[in-house]
Each structure stands twice: as C-alpha cells, then as structure tokens.
Design a protein around this ligand. Structure first.
Ligand code: SAM
Length: 257
C-alpha cells in the first residue's frame, strides 16, 4: 500500500476532510457542470475522502447513470452504499479502476502519490474514447506572498519538509503538460486562491492540518517551534488574512478514436 501521511485513523481526520470539502466543493462542482456531466454518465472518483463530490455527482447522473466512489480507505464513504453508489477500495497506483467511464475525477490526492503521472495514464486507459478527466491539485506558489515573516518562514519550512516526504506541493502547474503528453485533447488548467481571515472556518482547516502534522514537522527541524507557534496564532487571529495554496483544476478529453 502507498504510504499516506494523513491516514483516516488520525484524530480529527473526518472533521478535516469535511472542512476541505466545504472549502473546495463549489469550485469543483462548477467545473464539472461546465464539462457537461449529466444524466446517464458513468463516473469514477479516486481518493474521494468523505465522498461529498460523488454524492453530488450521483444527483447529476440520475438513476440511469453510475457513480463509483473510491479511496484507499473507504471508512468515510462506506455510508454512500446505502444511497446507491458503488463504493470501492482502490489504490489509484495499482488496483484495477474499471473501464468505459465518461468521467474520472479526483481532488487533492495526486500530490501525495509519487507515481502521480502514471496515475493519470491509468485514468486515460480507464476512460471511454471521448471521456473526460478532471483533477484538482494544490500549487503552493501563492503562500510565498505572505508578508508576515514568521508565517512565511513557516510555509517555507513546511513545503521543504513535504518535499522530503515525496509530496509535490507544486504539482498543480504540472498537470497541463502531463495531460497533453498523455494524449488528452482540449486540456484546460485553471484554479482559485482563497485567502482566509484568522479564526474563520478555512483558517481552522489549515490549523487542524498542521496540528495533525506537528510531530513530524517539528521533529524534522525544518520549521522552528517559534514560527510554528506564531503561524498557529495567526490562523486564529481575526484581522490577519492568511494566504493559502492555490487549487488548480486540470481537465482534458480522451480522443474519440
Ligand atoms: C487530502 S485527502 C482529499 C480527499 C478528497 N478528495 C477531498 O478533496 O475532499 C487525500 C485522499 O486521498 C486518499 N489517498 C491517499 N493515497 C491514495 C492512493 N494511493 N489511492 C487512492 N486514494 C489515496 C486518502 O485516503 C484521502 O482520502
């Protein structure tokens, strides 16, 4: 099994995934609508987390469509079987994905996976001719706009620490080239950057993420304790607007023949 730094057994992970979904679902739903997802489509979501996007997709494709919702750990998506979704445990790097999909989507999972470009090739092979891929991933360029020196030092140390764990926090920008190289057509890459005020629900998501990771981050010595403490304080401070990473969405269509 691929190593994953924030497995579902970590305390508060269900809450963290719910906060992530609330933050990012509106943009992803909009892009899925722009692709034309609708009645009768056969869809697969990889690395689905709490499955909020698949739940929404099921409403779009209707009873004549099909939604396979998957994750390497199905703990937070098992409940969706009762709603008629096809719940599967899929390691995107090696388990069979199925075939003939109109759409395969996933968010915030490729940056954790060293074989991330190979996963895109696997997605291409599992789509029907003319089917669509849509993946959303972070690109942390925007956090370096931070003007508070302690917070900026925190981000620099965190991103460096992540790179040592084989996490690519700049994967967002690479998706367009990879999809083109893999033969996708009509490739599009765009996204959003959300700034969040200290004390807001979004800042709380980031604070929770770093609190879950605080042990290994601080033990690495790549983030100083004082910078970590100041960053956590700013995530709680009304009036301080926190930069966060950009989330970029790449879409492409498998050639019809
Ligand atoms: C940051 S969470 C994102 C969850 C959800 N996609 C979202 O954006 O709300 C990453 C997810 O990828 C899953 N994951 C990690 N490695 C995976 C792999 N090799 N194959 C499939 N899923 C994986 C994790 O279990 C987790 O649910």
């Amino acid at each position: 099994m691929t190593e994953y730094i924030l497995p579902h057994v970590v305390a508060h992970e269900e809450e963290r995934l719910a906060r992530l979904a609330r933050m990012l679902d509106p943009q992803l739903r909009l892009r899925l609508q722009q692709l034309g997802v609708g009645p009768g489509w056969k869809c697969l979501e990889l690395g689905a987390g709490n499955g909020s996007i698949s739940e929404w997709l099921a409403g779009q494709v209707g009873p004549e469509g099909e939604v396979v919702v998957s994750d390497i750990d199905t703990k937070f998506i098992d409940r969706l079987a009762d709603a008629g979704l096809d719940v599967r445990r899929i390691d995107a790097t090696r388990d069979p994905l199925g075939e003939g999909y109109d759409l395969i989507c996933g968010r915030a999972f490729l940056h954790h996976i060293p074989q991330r470009r190979d996963v895109l090739a696997r997605i291409r092979d599992a789509l029907r001719p003319g089917g669509f891929v849509l993946v959303e991933e972070p690109d942390f360029h925007s956090v370096f706009a931070e003007e508070n020196l302690a917070m900026r030092a925190f981000w620099e140390g965190f991103v460096a620490w992540a790179a040592n764990q084989s996490i690519d926090y700049f994967v967002g920008r690479r998706l367009g080239l990879w999809l083109t190289e893999l033969g996708f057509e009509a490739v599009d890459l765009r996204g959003e950057t959300i700034l969040s005020e200290g004390g807001s629900a979004i800042s709380a998501f980031w604070k929770l993420t770093f609190e879950e990771l605080s042990g290994p981050i601080l033990a690495s010595g790549m983030v100083a304790q004082a910078d970590f403490d100041e960053a956590m304080r700013l995530f709680d401070t009304p009036g301080h607007w926190n930069w966060q990473c950009s989330f970029l969405i790449a879409a492409g269509q498998k050639p019809a023949s």
